[in-house]
Design a protein around this ligand. Structure first.
Ligand SMILES: NC(=O)c1ccc[n+]([C@@H]2O[C@H](COP(=O)([O-])OP(=O)(O)OC[C@H]3O[C@@H](n4cnc5c(N)ncnc54)[C@H](O)[C@@H]3O)[C@@H](O)[C@H]2O)c1
Length: 398
């Protein structure tokens, strides 16, 4: 049982990079709203110069010592914004010091470490949340309500598509990007996990996965294309398409169909909704395109931080959760479930076999290491073999 906090608990941002700045910005936006939420009390980065610059920017104390920041009397929430493969380690240290933990997605890059983090937070009686800010997109919330009210009927097909572009320079912009060890993979775990989470929130748990991955347009040890077919435990079918190799990139997209309707979410907005209740009799051949909606024009509000301001909603929800002792909207268990599906996709692609989610639970795939057999060399077009099992690759240098 998590303990409730006094109102407006202080936050420390751990990891002063791209997303750390979004968290600081979101806390400042909450403070500006004057509703008793949002109090950045300090920042931490192992890179002292980055921490100092960030602290100056946000006018708060800065340190390169996590333990020091956790000992500050106002520290109640740790926002873990470090590279993904360090989330559990940093989160566990924060929990053991008694801080609530809001960890960026993914929860970590292995289920073992995710479980250690979940257990550490339980043992310490602190709240653990995993960022999945698209849960707060108005279009998703409308879609979720429609599904819950049964307007789409029994869900039969769910598709998550994140077809983005990232340059080679993006991957070179920090040493952890595009590595198995610290990024956990490529666009599947990094960019598409948001929409994997949305798919699971609507369609429920996944039972089995088949998949292909490839490294098609980058010099990377991880995939830049992943294509997976899912069977949900409900019997519904699903697909995931994740890429950072699609020029020039498309808005991310979720398509959900049920026995009585379909809806399409694009870039957080519902661009298509058609239900049997709306359309009535559609004859024997249906009515393709009947529910098309004009995409809303998005005008950013003043002070709206990047990522559409949804981090602000997510952080407000987390602060309210720790203040009242209720679970946050995106729980640790939801973050873990999305990670388990991602790991099942990697395993299915590596082994060329259908993978049951239960198998991923029983024997988590080992993290591949550079130089292990099973890696391909250079930028040649190749099929990736993330776990070095049964593939065609050869050792590769980064
Ligand atoms: N929710 C989203 O939409 C979203 C968007 C971008 C990134 N992210 C996630 O945020 C995390 C960070 O991504 P980023 O793009 O900000 O990376 P980044 O490289 O810009 O920043 C990471 C920072 O963490 C620091 N760091 C590394 N190890 C540390 C440690 N042990 N303690 C303290 N600081 C440490 C680094 O020095 C760096 O400043 C990743 O897990 C990523 O998946 C989420």
């Amino acid at each position: 049982m998590e303990r409730a906090e006094p109102p407006n608990p202080g936050s420390v941002v751990v990891g002063c990079g791209v997303i750390g700045d979004v968290h600081a910005n979101a806390l400042a936006e909450l403070a500006r709203r004057g509703q008793g939420q949002g109090r950045l009390v300090g920042v931490v980065d192992v890179d002292r110069a980055k921490a100092d610059a960030f602290g100056r920017r946000w006018n708060v104390p800065a340190t390169d010592s996590l333990e020091r920041a956790l000992s500050w009397p106002d520290t109640r929430i740790a926002h873990v914004c470090t590279p993904s493969g360090l989330h559990a380690e940093v989160g566990m240290r924060a929990a053991r010091a008694g801080a609530h933990v809001l960890v960026e997605k993914p929860i970590d890059v292995t289920l073992e470490r995710a479980d250690l983090l979940i257990q550490a937070c339980r043992d310490a009686g602190v709240t653990l949340g995993v960022v999945s800010q698209h849960r707060f997109d108005p279009g998703f919330q409308e879609l979720e309500a429609m599904a819950q009210q049964g307007l789409l009927g029994r869900l039969t097909l769910g598709e998550a598509r994140v077809k983005w572009y990232r340059s080679q320079e993006y991957y070179a912009s920090a040493p952890w990007r595009g590595t198995w060890e610290l990024d956990g993979g490529g666009p599947l775990i990094n960019q598409s996990i948001h929409y994997v989470d949305l798919l699971l929130a609507l369609c429920g748990p996944v039972a089995r996965v088949s998949a292909y991955t490839a490294t098609a347009a980058h010099d990377l040890e991880v995939e830049d294309i992943a294509a997976a077919v899912l069977r949900f435990t409900s019997g519904a079918t699903g697909t995931i398409l994740a890429s950072t190799a699609v020029f020039p990139g498309f808005p991310e997209r979720l398509e959900i169909s049920g026995t009585d309707g379909s809806a399409i979410l694009e870039d957080g907005a519902l661009t298509y909704v058609a239900t049997r209740a709306m359309l009535g009799d559609i004859g024997s051949h249906g009515n393709p395109g009947a529910g098309r909606r004009a995409p809303p024009m998005h005008a950013p509000a003043p002070h709206e931080p990047p990522y559409g301001g949804r981090h602000t909603d997510q952080i407000a929800d987390f602060i309210d959760a720790v203040s009242t002792g209720r679970p946050p909207v995106t729980t640790a268990e939801a973050g873990r479930a999305a990670l388990a599906v991602v790991l099942a996709v990697y395993r299915a692609a590596a082994t060329h076999r259908e993978v049951a989610l239960d198998d991923v639970e029983k024997a988590p795939p080992p993290l591949p290491r550079q130089g292990e057999a099973g890696w391909a060399v250079g930028a040649e077009r190749r099929e990736t073999n993330p776990h070095g099992v049964g593939g065609e690759g050869r050792p590769r240098l980064n």
